[in-house]
Design a protein around this ligand. Structure first.
Ligand code: GRG
Length: 314
């Protein structure tokens, strides 16, 4: 397991360095927006989504440099969503990642704009990354790669929009005070949390030309299970987690009267679902490992990652 933690740290450090280098400090008239963007982006976070981008790319034999812009873009999008999620109009959280949330450290207007600026910057970074792949692919005559790379930005946008994370968030807001059934709740979680957890595998599969292959289908199933499991763990931690480790207050779902895995299935039922999904994710990954065209070390990392997320305390 220590090999897993070393690798996890290495992927996270690579992400950290990448984020720091693309997120400039500016001393111009609009300095405050850069300060707020850097404050939220570089203020901690597990970097799970970029880790998924890097490891799924390596699983399919891609160079991690190729997916780096998309890994960073996904973390920029994730951070923008956390800033907006913390606003009084949404979840109204004063703390995030162990410190004041963006609107508390700055003010509401600045936080709205910092979220907007991170989101738009994400698409600038992803667009530049795709252009660079397309240019090289055209020069080397790799038409398939050029075609696939041209689809990445559209795919990413679809996973963020009304049929993706934002769609999940609007159902989540409705689920405060209005009880929703387990089917609507399942859709909520697959969109709100699942989309950003599966898009790394979708992008890696697309760039590796693996779409529709058995290994891609298994990886996507793994990512869907892990995405849902991630939200269940989040709901459980909101009930029984340690705020000091989580870096934010607990009990927020209850205060907002939200439908969660815990309110639907009870704490034991939620834990059982979490274990079932994790076992399924691991079984899919073991099957994936048996197939040609996959890097075994990366598949093993994904198996260990599912186990780590099952028990995470933060
Ligand atoms: C501005 C693009 C944009 C969207 C607005 C607010 C909103 C729509 C969506 C919120 C989506 C949301 C907060 C989903 C929760 C997902 C989740 C479990 C977040 C916690 O992720 P971790 O644990 O956090 O990976 P760290 O801090 O480790 O990065």
């Amino acid at each position: 397991m220590s090999e897993f933690f070393d690798k996890l740290k290495e992927y996270a450090a690579y992400t950290e360095e990448g984020l720091d280098s693309i997120m400039p400090k500016r001393d111009n008239y609009q300095k405050v927006i850069y300060d707020a963007m850097r404050y939220s982006l570089l203020g901690g976070g597990k970097r799970i989504r970029p880790v998924l981008s890097l490891v799924t790319a390596e699983l399919f034999g891609l160079d991690r440099e190729m997916v780096k812009p998309f890994a960073l873009a996904i973390e920029l999008i994730h951070t923008s969503s956390l800033i907006h999620d913390d606003l009084p109009a949404m979840d109204n959280d004063d703390y995030r990642r162990g410190r004041l949330s963006c609107h508390k450290r700055f003010d509401e207007a600045t936080a709205i704009l910092a979220g907007d600026a991170l989101l738009t910057y994400a698409f600038e970074v992803a667009g530049d990354g795709a252009s660079s792949i397309i240019t090289k692919a055209v020069v080397s005559g790799n038409e398939e790669l050029a075609r696939n790379a041209s689809k990445v930005v559209g795919l990413l946008a679809a996973r963020v929009g009304a049929e993706g994370m934002i769609g999940g968030q609007i159902i989540d807001l409705k689920a405060e005070d209005t009880a929703i059934d387990e089917y609507e709740h399942d859709t909520l979680c697959r969109l709100k949390t699942g989309c950003l957890m599966t898009v790394p595998a979708e992008i890696s599969g697309l760039l590796a030309g693996k779409k529709e292959t058995p290994e891609y289908v298994l990886l996507l199933d793994y990512s869907k299970s892990v995405g849902l499991a991630f939200q269940i763990r989040d709901d459980i931690l909101d009930v029984e987690g340690d705020p000091n480790l989580l870096g934010k207050k607990t009990g927020m779902d209850d205060a907002d009267n939200k439908t969660t895995f815990v309110t639907l299935y009870g704490i034991d039922g939620a834990r059982h679902k979490l274990e079932e999904l994790t076992s399924k994710a691991i079984a899919d990954c073991r099957a994936l490992m048996e197939l040609d065209g996959c890097r075994k070390e990366s598949a093993q990392f994904l198996i260990d990652l599912a186990g780590f997320l099952l028990e995470r305390k933060y």
